[in-house]
Write a protein that binds this ligand. Structure first.
Ligand SMILES: Nc1ncnc2c1ncn2[C@@H]1O[C@H](COP(=O)(O)OP(=O)(O)OP(=O)(O)O)[C@@H](O)[C@H]1O
Ligand SMILES: [Mg+2]
Length: 271
């Protein structure tokens, strides 16, 4: 009798286990089909975006060469030069931004040049300063001296830094601090040069942390969700790494690259 009872209990337990496994499988299947639907939904959008970016880049090319034409007509001292130079610089920035957006950095991989990370920070921090100040965000820089030179796709990495800085500013609508800090860390066989871009915003909620680098993931009404995806692609295409740490009150994105050449201050060291 009791053996019979035990037997039916085991059967009941097995049935329960099978049911639980089935439920789990069903939930996973639901998640997978939701993901497939999401990808199918964004595919046409991605294709349309690529076409739009292509056309905008062409028009920017016309604006850029026209501005260059006017600049060539103006003599060095003329006041209008500054305005036209501003136009040229900003057109270039938009072109670089668009290049980054579509992960086009991949195609320009061959165009690597020697540069100093501090120079990239200088340019980006100046570029975002007005936008930051408008919403009460203070821009601070803490740049290590004598950092080794890097060999990077400068435009792509600069656009990545810009995208990250804009995210940081977006995260502080009521003000705060955006900080750029560079440092070098000696590793066993190479020196690594790092850039931390941090903000004092609310932080990235843990539940979305694993999604922020996915294409088209955004929590902003007007966002494309391509900023961090293309930033990561650009950094990795220059053999660097992009990592994120966040908690309420501080989000820090860290770019790190390996330095292959000697510091600027030590020209006697072998290159
Ligand atoms: N510094 C930050 N603080 C808080 N959340 C952030 C920060 N940086 C990124 N995020 C989160 O990561 C998401 C993805 O960022 P990403 O730059 O890829 O796209 P986006 O900023 O939403 O859109 P876009 O860059 O096209 O304007 C953001 O929508 C936001 O939720
Ligand atoms: Mg962004």
């Amino acid at each position: 009798m009791s053996a019979l009872k035990d037997g039916s209990m085991t059967e009941t337990n097995e049935k329960q286990d099978t049911q639980q496994e089935l439920d789990l499988l069903r939930r996973n299947l639901d998640l997978a089909s939701q993901e497939i639907n999401r990808i199918n939904r964004i595919k046409p959008l991605a294709n349309a975006a690529a076409a739009v970016v292509h056309d905008i880049r062409n028009s920017l090319g016309v604006i850029s060469s026209t501005a260059q034409f006017v600049l060539n007509k103006l003599s060095p001292g003329e006041k209008e030069r500054q305005a036209w130079e501003l136009v040229t610089r900003n057109v270039e920035s938009i072109k670089n931004l668009l290049t980054g957006y579509l992960g086009m950095a991949r195609q320009t991989e061959a165009r690597r040049e020697s540069c100093f990370l501090n120079d990239i920070v200088d340019r980006v921090s100046h570029f975002v300063d007005a936008r930051a100040r408008k919403q009460g965000v203070k821009v601070e820089t803490d740049l290590a001296r004598d950092l080794p030179e890097l060999v990077l796709n400068i435009h792509a990495v600069e656009t990545a830094v810009l995208n990250i800085a804009i995210n940081a500013i977006d995260a502080m609508p009521d003000g705060g601090t955006l900080k750029f800090a560079t440092r070098a860390e000696p590793a066993r066989s190479e020196k690594r040069v790092m850039l931390d871009i941090s903000d004092t915003g609310p932080g990235i909620p843990p539940e979305i942390m694993d999604k922020i680098f996915m294409p088209f993931f955004t929590t902003k009404g007007q966002g494309t969700g391509m900023g961090l995806y293309s930033a990561k692609a650009a950094v990795e295409n220059s053999d660097g790494e992009l990592a994120c740490r966040s908690r309420p009150g501080e989000t820090r994105m860290t770019l790190s690259f390996s330095a292959l050449v000697s510091p600027r201050s030590s020209p006697d060291k072998p290159k």
